[in-house]
Design a protein around this ligand. Sequence first.
Ligand code: UDP
Ligand code: MG
Length: 324
Amino acid sequence: MEEYTATERPAPVLAVVIPCYNEEDALPASIPVLLDIIDRMTADGLVDPRSYILCADDGSSDSTWKLLVDRHAADPRVKAISLAHNRGHQYALLAGLMEVMDHCDAAVSIDADLQDDPLAIIDMVRLYRAGSDIVYGVRSSRKTDTMFKRTTAHAFYSFQKVMGLETIYDHADYRLMSNFALGLLAQYRESNIFLRGIVPQIGLRSSVVKYSRAARVAGESKYPLSKMLALSIDGITSFSARPMRWIFFTGLISFILTLIVAVYVLISHFFTATSNPGWASIMLSIWGLGSLILISIGLVGEYIGKIFVEVKGRPRYAIRQRLL
Ligand code: UDP
Ligand code: MG
């Protein structure tokens, strides 16, 4: 929907939020790069000079925190929070975003390893100033990811879609959100969070910036296959009751098959001389009961699905503008 903003938005106080888990190797490279980009944008009048970086240390076990303390002392534009223990990327990121929410006009989230081209921040800010409340960073190429990472990641996107979870294709958590969008995000009070699923639900005016994904600046990936799998399952099960509905449909289909099997079993029972005693009744009860059990579980699942949605207590709507 087109929004009628009279003029371009003023230069925002920008917060760059970085979740960090054991990033002592990557941060010394990435913090100066990001500060440099902020400096350039400030010089161009694109962002407010009070713009800053906030690192959310996700309970690192290496010297990440010590490094952040030093950087903060050297340049107060490097701010940091430290999580009590390792809660995972999504939580560290959310903690960072909620921390900056009331202290910025817009926040960009980016990984510590700068695999996502940090220069795209400039385009994100331009789109924000032109009126977007959410700007998604979308990977136009994954050449530098390993073949394995690329195929598994794409398989996850497709699988999530089949399971009823709508996400932005090839968008990870590199995005800009206005503080208005962050305020709406704060209303999602569920404990299992999957930001890539929630943010598109917020709505608002959004746009996309394409960039190509580079190799990690330093250090190892903190997202092995097991964590990717866990993230994907979390995403699906906290956004969709579709897997439960599938149980119901499986039950329905096997019930229809039961009717076909019943015809076959009864015909062979009455018209074939060689039929074994008890075979017909066992066949019919296995098929009949099996499909009834599946249908019943599926029905119970439908109710659990409703409870699941209620329990989340998500906002039912969000008002963007008022003319009163
Ligand atoms: N990360 C985190 N907590 C974790 C794992 C990762 O805060 O438990 C951070 C990590 O420091 C990085 C970002 O999440 O800034 C993405 O991790 P990584 O680059 O290892 O993932 P990949 O790019 O390999 O998917
Ligand atoms: Mg990475």
